[in-house]
Design a protein around this ligand. Structure first.
Ligand code: ZN
Ligand code: ZN
Length: 364
Protein backbone atom coordinates (compact mmCIF):
# COMPACT_ATOMS: atom_id res chain seq x y z
CA UNK A 1 0.00 0.00 0.00
CA UNK A 2 2.77 2.43 0.99
CA UNK A 3 4.25 2.52 -2.52
CA UNK A 4 0.99 2.66 -4.37
CA UNK A 5 0.30 5.88 -6.23
CA UNK A 6 -2.99 6.11 -8.07
CA UNK A 7 -2.24 6.92 -11.72
CA UNK A 8 -5.09 9.36 -12.31
CA UNK A 9 -6.44 11.31 -9.34
CA UNK A 10 -9.96 12.63 -9.70
CA UNK A 11 -11.83 15.36 -7.87
CA UNK A 12 -15.12 14.67 -6.16
CA UNK A 13 -18.27 16.56 -7.09
CA UNK A 14 -20.30 18.32 -4.42
CA UNK A 15 -22.85 15.85 -3.01
CA UNK A 16 -21.11 12.88 -4.62
CA UNK A 17 -21.39 9.70 -2.55
CA UNK A 18 -18.21 8.05 -1.30
CA UNK A 19 -19.22 4.67 -2.75
CA UNK A 20 -19.96 6.27 -6.11
CA UNK A 21 -16.73 8.30 -6.01
CA UNK A 22 -14.71 5.10 -5.51
CA UNK A 23 -16.45 3.38 -8.43
CA UNK A 24 -15.67 6.42 -10.58
CA UNK A 25 -12.06 6.32 -9.39
CA UNK A 26 -11.84 2.64 -10.23
CA UNK A 27 -13.43 3.30 -13.63
CA UNK A 28 -11.17 6.25 -14.46
CA UNK A 29 -8.07 4.23 -13.66
CA UNK A 30 -9.28 1.18 -15.48
CA UNK A 31 -9.06 -1.21 -12.52
CA UNK A 32 -10.70 -4.40 -13.71
CA UNK A 33 -11.95 -5.34 -10.25
CA UNK A 34 -13.48 -3.12 -7.62
CA UNK A 35 -12.47 -5.58 -4.89
CA UNK A 36 -8.86 -5.35 -5.99
CA UNK A 37 -9.00 -1.56 -5.98
CA UNK A 38 -10.55 -1.46 -2.51
CA UNK A 39 -7.91 -3.87 -1.20
CA UNK A 40 -5.18 -1.66 -2.63
CA UNK A 41 -6.66 1.17 -0.62
CA UNK A 42 -6.39 -0.98 2.47
CA UNK A 43 -10.16 -1.02 2.89
CA UNK A 44 -12.85 -3.66 3.01
CA UNK A 45 -16.22 -3.45 1.29
CA UNK A 46 -17.97 -2.94 4.61
CA UNK A 47 -15.55 -0.08 5.40
CA UNK A 48 -16.85 1.66 2.30
CA UNK A 49 -20.46 0.62 2.69
CA UNK A 50 -20.66 1.72 6.30
CA UNK A 51 -17.92 4.32 6.00
CA UNK A 52 -15.93 3.02 8.91
CA UNK A 53 -12.47 4.18 7.90
CA UNK A 54 -10.86 7.57 8.15
CA UNK A 55 -11.75 9.92 5.32
CA UNK A 56 -8.45 11.75 5.46
CA UNK A 57 -6.62 8.46 5.19
CA UNK A 58 -8.56 7.64 2.01
CA UNK A 59 -7.94 11.14 0.69
CA UNK A 60 -4.20 10.67 1.26
CA UNK A 61 -4.18 7.27 -0.40
CA UNK A 62 -6.10 8.62 -3.38
CA UNK A 63 -3.57 11.42 -3.71
CA UNK A 64 -6.35 13.95 -3.78
CA UNK A 65 -5.96 17.64 -4.30
CA UNK A 66 -7.05 20.39 -1.92
CA UNK A 67 -10.69 19.38 -2.24
CA UNK A 68 -11.84 16.77 0.18
CA UNK A 69 -14.32 13.97 -0.15
CA UNK A 70 -17.87 15.23 0.11
CA UNK A 71 -19.60 12.18 1.44
CA UNK A 72 -22.40 11.09 3.63
CA UNK A 73 -19.87 10.55 6.44
CA UNK A 74 -18.87 12.76 9.33
CA UNK A 75 -15.34 14.09 9.23
CA UNK A 76 -14.24 11.85 12.09
CA UNK A 77 -14.62 8.13 11.72
CA UNK A 78 -17.14 8.45 8.90
CA UNK A 79 -19.94 7.19 11.08
CA UNK A 80 -22.90 6.45 8.84
CA UNK A 81 -25.77 8.73 9.29
CA UNK A 82 -24.32 12.17 8.81
CA UNK A 83 -25.38 14.25 5.87
CA UNK A 84 -25.64 18.01 5.64
CA UNK A 85 -25.17 18.29 9.41
CA UNK A 86 -28.17 16.04 10.06
CA UNK A 87 -27.89 12.84 12.06
CA UNK A 88 -29.50 9.91 10.30
CA UNK A 89 -29.72 6.33 11.41
CA UNK A 90 -28.40 3.49 9.28
CA UNK A 91 -32.03 2.52 8.63
CA UNK A 92 -32.39 5.66 6.58
CA UNK A 93 -29.79 4.51 4.08
CA UNK A 94 -30.83 2.28 1.24
CA UNK A 95 -28.59 -0.78 1.07
CA UNK A 96 -28.69 -0.90 -2.70
CA UNK A 97 -27.08 1.44 -5.20
CA UNK A 98 -29.85 3.47 -6.86
CA UNK A 99 -29.61 6.04 -9.60
CA UNK A 100 -31.49 8.48 -11.74
CA UNK A 101 -30.34 7.25 -15.13
CA UNK A 102 -30.82 10.67 -16.69
CA UNK A 103 -28.71 12.46 -14.04
CA UNK A 104 -26.08 9.77 -14.49
CA UNK A 105 -26.10 10.20 -18.27
CA UNK A 106 -25.87 13.99 -17.98
CA UNK A 107 -23.28 14.33 -15.21
CA UNK A 108 -21.68 10.93 -14.67
CA UNK A 109 -21.60 10.76 -10.90
CA UNK A 110 -23.49 9.13 -8.04
CA UNK A 111 -25.37 11.50 -5.67
CA UNK A 112 -25.09 10.93 -1.91
CA UNK A 113 -28.83 11.55 -1.47
CA UNK A 114 -29.70 8.64 -3.76
CA UNK A 115 -28.60 6.50 -0.81
CA UNK A 116 -31.37 7.86 1.40
CA UNK A 117 -34.36 5.60 1.83
CA UNK A 118 -36.80 8.53 2.12
CA UNK A 119 -35.73 9.90 -1.26
CA UNK A 120 -37.42 7.90 -4.02
CA UNK A 121 -37.57 10.38 -6.88
CA UNK A 122 -35.16 12.57 -8.81
CA UNK A 123 -36.31 16.14 -8.22
CA UNK A 124 -34.73 17.23 -11.51
CA UNK A 125 -36.16 14.60 -13.87
CA UNK A 126 -39.24 13.38 -12.01
CA UNK A 127 -38.17 9.74 -12.36
CA UNK A 128 -38.16 7.08 -9.67
CA UNK A 129 -34.64 6.16 -8.61
CA UNK A 130 -33.87 2.69 -9.92
CA UNK A 131 -31.80 -0.03 -8.28
CA UNK A 132 -31.39 -2.14 -11.41
CA UNK A 133 -30.92 -1.86 -15.15
CA UNK A 134 -33.99 -2.39 -17.31
CA UNK A 135 -32.46 -5.76 -18.33
CA UNK A 136 -32.88 -6.94 -14.75
CA UNK A 137 -29.26 -6.66 -13.65
CA UNK A 138 -29.03 -5.03 -10.18
CA UNK A 139 -26.77 -2.01 -9.70
CA UNK A 140 -24.00 -2.82 -7.24
CA UNK A 141 -21.54 -0.94 -5.08
CA UNK A 142 -18.90 -3.26 -6.48
CA UNK A 143 -19.56 -2.31 -10.12
CA UNK A 144 -16.47 -1.14 -12.00
CA UNK A 145 -18.49 1.36 -13.98
CA UNK A 146 -21.10 3.78 -12.65
CA UNK A 147 -23.18 3.73 -15.83
CA UNK A 148 -22.39 0.81 -18.09
CA UNK A 149 -24.38 -2.36 -17.46
CA UNK A 150 -22.16 -5.47 -17.23
CA UNK A 151 -24.99 -7.70 -18.50
CA UNK A 152 -26.68 -5.95 -21.44
CA UNK A 153 -23.68 -3.64 -22.05
CA UNK A 154 -25.95 -0.59 -22.28
CA UNK A 155 -23.89 2.58 -21.73
CA UNK A 156 -26.43 3.85 -19.19
CA UNK A 157 -28.80 1.67 -17.16
CA UNK A 158 -31.89 1.01 -19.26
CA UNK A 159 -35.19 2.44 -18.10
CA UNK A 160 -37.23 0.16 -15.84
CA UNK A 161 -40.89 0.13 -16.99
CA UNK A 162 -42.27 3.67 -16.73
CA UNK A 163 -40.43 5.62 -14.13
CA UNK A 164 -42.43 8.80 -13.96
CA UNK A 165 -43.34 9.54 -10.33
CA UNK A 166 -45.64 12.32 -9.08
CA UNK A 167 -43.97 15.40 -7.59
CA UNK A 168 -42.70 14.83 -4.07
CA UNK A 169 -42.57 18.26 -2.40
CA UNK A 170 -41.66 16.75 0.98
CA UNK A 171 -38.67 14.95 -0.50
CA UNK A 172 -37.59 18.25 -1.97
CA UNK A 173 -37.96 19.86 1.44
CA UNK A 174 -35.67 17.10 2.82
CA UNK A 175 -33.05 17.90 0.15
CA UNK A 176 -33.42 21.60 0.99
CA UNK A 177 -32.98 20.77 4.70
CA UNK A 178 -29.83 18.82 3.89
CA UNK A 179 -28.48 21.85 2.03
CA UNK A 180 -28.47 19.95 -1.26
CA UNK A 181 -30.88 22.16 -3.16
CA UNK A 182 -31.31 25.86 -2.78
CA UNK A 183 -34.74 26.51 -4.17
CA UNK A 184 -37.43 28.01 -2.04
CA UNK A 185 -38.76 25.04 -0.09
CA UNK A 186 -38.67 26.62 3.35
CA UNK A 187 -41.64 25.78 5.57
CA UNK A 188 -41.34 27.56 8.94
CA UNK A 189 -43.33 24.92 10.85
CA UNK A 190 -40.78 22.27 9.86
CA UNK A 191 -37.61 24.30 9.49
CA UNK A 192 -36.92 24.37 13.27
CA UNK A 193 -37.05 20.55 13.51
CA UNK A 194 -34.23 18.12 12.86
CA UNK A 195 -34.69 16.20 9.64
CA UNK A 196 -35.64 13.02 11.50
CA UNK A 197 -38.15 14.81 13.74
CA UNK A 198 -39.63 16.45 10.65
CA UNK A 199 -39.99 13.06 8.93
CA UNK A 200 -41.71 11.65 12.03
CA UNK A 201 -44.03 14.67 12.36
CA UNK A 202 -44.98 14.77 8.69
CA UNK A 203 -45.69 11.05 8.72
CA UNK A 204 -47.88 11.38 11.84
CA UNK A 205 -49.89 14.24 10.34
CA UNK A 206 -50.24 12.25 7.11
CA UNK A 207 -51.54 9.20 9.00
CA UNK A 208 -54.05 11.35 10.82
CA UNK A 209 -55.20 12.84 7.52
CA UNK A 210 -55.38 9.41 5.84
CA UNK A 211 -56.88 7.25 8.59
CA UNK A 212 -58.59 9.76 10.94
CA UNK A 213 -59.12 9.06 14.64
CA UNK A 214 -57.65 5.84 16.03
CA UNK A 215 -56.74 4.64 19.51
CA UNK A 216 -53.65 2.93 18.06
CA UNK A 217 -51.24 4.12 15.43
CA UNK A 218 -51.62 2.21 12.14
CA UNK A 219 -48.90 -0.43 11.82
CA UNK A 220 -45.90 0.35 9.61
CA UNK A 221 -46.90 -2.31 7.11
CA UNK A 222 -50.41 -0.95 6.58
CA UNK A 223 -49.42 2.14 4.64
CA UNK A 224 -46.96 3.52 2.11
CA UNK A 225 -44.73 5.90 4.05
CA UNK A 226 -43.75 7.86 0.93
CA UNK A 227 -47.36 8.74 0.07
CA UNK A 228 -48.39 9.33 3.70
CA UNK A 229 -45.51 11.76 4.31
CA UNK A 230 -46.41 13.72 1.21
CA UNK A 231 -50.05 13.86 2.39
CA UNK A 232 -48.90 15.14 5.81
CA UNK A 233 -46.59 17.71 4.23
CA UNK A 234 -49.45 19.00 2.08
CA UNK A 235 -51.69 19.38 5.15
CA UNK A 236 -49.03 21.45 6.93
CA UNK A 237 -48.08 23.53 3.90
CA UNK A 238 -51.68 24.26 2.94
CA UNK A 239 -52.64 25.13 6.51
CA UNK A 240 -55.24 22.36 6.76
CA UNK A 241 -54.30 21.05 10.21
CA UNK A 242 -57.34 22.66 11.86
CA UNK A 243 -59.73 21.00 9.41
CA UNK A 244 -58.03 17.62 9.86
CA UNK A 245 -58.22 17.88 13.66
CA UNK A 246 -61.87 19.01 13.58
CA UNK A 247 -62.84 15.71 11.90
CA UNK A 248 -60.84 13.66 14.38
CA UNK A 249 -62.27 15.48 17.42
CA UNK A 250 -65.84 15.10 16.20
CA UNK A 251 -65.29 11.37 15.72
CA UNK A 252 -63.83 11.11 19.23
CA UNK A 253 -66.81 12.94 20.74
CA UNK A 254 -69.28 10.73 18.90
CA UNK A 255 -67.54 7.57 20.07
CA UNK A 256 -67.04 8.55 23.70
CA UNK A 257 -69.72 11.15 24.40
CA UNK A 258 -67.00 13.19 26.14
CA UNK A 259 -66.96 16.91 25.33
CA UNK A 260 -63.88 17.95 27.32
CA UNK A 261 -61.38 15.15 27.82
CA UNK A 262 -59.27 15.49 30.98
CA UNK A 263 -56.23 15.72 28.76
CA UNK A 264 -57.21 17.57 25.57
CA UNK A 265 -54.71 15.55 23.53
CA UNK A 266 -56.78 12.42 24.29
CA UNK A 267 -59.36 13.62 21.78
CA UNK A 268 -56.78 12.83 19.09
CA UNK A 269 -56.20 9.18 19.99
CA UNK A 270 -52.66 7.91 19.27
CA UNK A 271 -51.81 11.24 17.61
CA UNK A 272 -52.44 12.89 20.99
CA UNK A 273 -49.77 10.68 22.57
CA UNK A 274 -47.41 11.72 19.79
CA UNK A 275 -48.14 15.39 20.58
CA UNK A 276 -47.69 14.93 24.33
CA UNK A 277 -44.30 13.28 23.86
CA UNK A 278 -43.18 16.15 21.65
CA UNK A 279 -44.65 18.77 23.98
CA UNK A 280 -42.62 17.47 26.91
CA UNK A 281 -39.45 17.76 24.84
CA UNK A 282 -39.99 21.31 23.64
CA UNK A 283 -42.71 23.32 22.02
CA UNK A 284 -41.86 23.69 18.37
CA UNK A 285 -43.77 25.91 15.95
CA UNK A 286 -45.54 22.88 14.52
CA UNK A 287 -46.65 21.64 17.95
CA UNK A 288 -47.90 25.10 18.89
CA UNK A 289 -49.92 25.30 15.70
CA UNK A 290 -51.35 21.80 16.30
CA UNK A 291 -52.39 22.79 19.83
CA UNK A 292 -53.94 25.99 18.45
CA UNK A 293 -55.89 23.88 15.97
CA UNK A 294 -56.92 21.53 18.77
CA UNK A 295 -58.39 24.56 20.59
CA UNK A 296 -60.42 25.42 17.50
CA UNK A 297 -61.58 21.84 17.08
CA UNK A 298 -62.60 21.45 20.72
CA UNK A 299 -64.22 24.87 20.82
CA UNK A 300 -62.44 26.07 23.94
CA UNK A 301 -58.91 27.33 24.59
CA UNK A 302 -56.18 24.75 25.18
CA UNK A 303 -52.93 26.11 26.59
CA UNK A 304 -51.40 22.78 27.43
CA UNK A 305 -52.47 19.56 25.68
CA UNK A 306 -51.99 17.70 28.98
CA UNK A 307 -54.35 19.79 31.08
CA UNK A 308 -57.93 20.58 30.30
CA UNK A 309 -58.73 24.23 30.89
CA UNK A 310 -62.52 23.78 30.65
CA UNK A 311 -64.99 21.23 31.89
CA UNK A 312 -68.58 20.52 30.92
CA UNK A 313 -71.19 21.08 33.66
CA UNK A 314 -72.68 17.73 32.63
CA UNK A 315 -69.43 16.07 33.60
CA UNK A 316 -69.27 18.02 36.88
CA UNK A 317 -72.87 17.02 37.64
CA UNK A 318 -72.03 13.37 37.05
CA UNK A 319 -68.97 13.43 39.32
CA UNK A 320 -70.67 15.57 42.00
CA UNK A 321 -73.94 13.65 41.98
CA UNK A 322 -75.90 16.88 41.41
CA UNK A 323 -78.44 17.86 38.82
CA UNK A 324 -77.01 19.88 35.95
CA UNK A 325 -79.80 22.52 36.29
CA UNK A 326 -78.67 23.12 39.86
CA UNK A 327 -75.12 23.80 38.67
CA UNK A 328 -76.33 26.02 35.84
CA UNK A 329 -78.21 28.27 38.22
CA UNK A 330 -75.15 28.33 40.48
CA UNK A 331 -73.02 29.53 37.55
CA UNK A 332 -75.62 32.23 36.84
CA UNK A 333 -75.82 33.37 40.46
CA UNK A 334 -72.03 33.67 40.58
CA UNK A 335 -72.11 35.90 37.47
CA UNK A 336 -69.87 33.54 35.49
CA UNK A 337 -71.75 34.29 32.27
CA UNK A 338 -68.73 35.94 30.62
CA UNK A 339 -66.36 33.08 31.27
CA UNK A 340 -68.62 30.20 30.29
CA UNK A 341 -68.82 28.64 26.86
CA UNK A 342 -71.64 26.77 25.23
CA UNK A 343 -71.00 23.87 22.87
CA UNK A 344 -74.21 22.42 21.53
CA UNK A 345 -76.48 22.05 24.55
CA UNK A 346 -73.69 21.84 27.11
CA UNK A 347 -72.27 24.62 29.24
CA UNK A 348 -68.52 24.69 29.90
CA UNK A 349 -66.73 26.50 32.72
CA UNK A 350 -63.01 27.04 33.35
CA UNK A 351 -61.66 24.23 35.50
CA UNK A 352 -60.28 26.66 38.10
CA UNK A 353 -63.82 27.94 38.82
CA UNK A 354 -65.18 24.58 39.93
CA UNK A 355 -64.00 25.29 43.47
CA UNK A 356 -66.05 28.54 43.58
CA UNK A 357 -69.09 26.69 42.29
CA UNK A 358 -68.66 23.97 44.86
CA UNK A 359 -68.38 26.52 47.69
CA UNK A 360 -71.44 28.37 46.39
CA UNK A 361 -73.68 25.35 46.02
CA UNK A 362 -72.40 23.46 49.03
CA UNK A 363 -70.05 20.51 49.38
CA UNK A 364 -70.40 17.50 47.12
ZN1 ZN B 1 -32.27 12.99 -12.47
ZN1 ZN C 1 -28.54 -4.03 -18.38
Amino acid sequence: MTNWKPPIPIEPYPSESLGGFLIRYCETNGWPSYHHFIRLLGLSLSDVRYQKGDLRDIERKLNMGPRTLPTSGSRQGMAPGFLGGEILSRDHFHGQRRVCRRCLAETGYQRSYWELRFITRCHLHGETLQAECGCGEPLRWTDTSLSACPKCLSAVPQSVRTHSEPARPFQEWCLFKLGLIQSNHSLPQLDDLTLLDAIRAVEAVGLLETFGYGANKPSDTSYDAVDVREAGFAVIREDRIAAALALVVSRYRKRTGVLCPRRPAEALGWFGTFILNGWRHGQTLLLKSIVRSLSEALGYPVKNPEISSYVSLLEVARVAGRRVEELESGVEELGFGDITLRIGTELLIPVERIYDLRTHIGEW
